[in-house]
Design a protein around this ligand. Sequence first.
Ligand code: CZF
Ligand code: MG
Length: 196
Amino acid sequence: MKRLVLATSNKGKVREIKELCENYEVVPYTDIIEPFEIVEDADTFKENALIKARAVYKALGDEDAVVLADDSGISVDVLDGAPGIYSARYAGENASDKDNLYKLIDDIKAKSVTSSPAHYTAAIAIITKDKERTVHGWMYGTAITEARGDGGFGYDPMFIPFGFDKTLGELDNAIKKKLSHRSKALSLASKVLKVL
Ligand SMILES: O=c1[nH]c(=O)c2ncn([C@@H]3O[C@H](COP(=O)(O)OP(=O)(O)OP(=O)(O)O)[C@@H](O)[C@H]3O)c2[nH]1
Ligand SMILES: [Mg+2]
């Protein structure tokens, strides 16, 4: 089975990517080497995913490694697309998922609305010795000003996917697995991996 090293320290992503890449041995890089800080200072999801994948590929020192990174976030229409690429640090550099979630709820409420169209983006970068590839996936829906359910991670308790009336926190995990930005990007990534 081909080994895929994940350039992430986000446990929610590791769990979802493992579930979605059953044909690979998926290993977070932190199981192989000490975690280190990666500065994600680009202005797009794609470039930030490449920064993470390149940093981990280099640190592993194994030229045969196949490294996959995910850079993702939520964009809310009423906030002109915020938090977007800043989703992980919306409430500050060391903010927890809960801090970020409640800041987003407060910021939407401050616009005097109780919901807004929103979408998630995932950019996936795959790096091998001589190739760099990126793919994207999106999930559209509504961000609401309350947190419901404890499934998923991050902003999921306040996100209702288009066509549903429950949040990703409340819906069965199988639904997110089918619909999510990450699953769509990974389905394209699996095609890329086959031809690398
Ligand atoms: O509710 C959510 N469901 C999702 O499916 C999802 N995907 C991304 N996000 C949020 O977007 C940021 C990613 O930032 P990010 O790509 O920099 O990742 P990260 O810093 O957490 O880990 P790393 O991969 O960089 O190590 C984080 O705040 C996540 O909460 C999600 N929230
Ligand atoms: Mg990050």
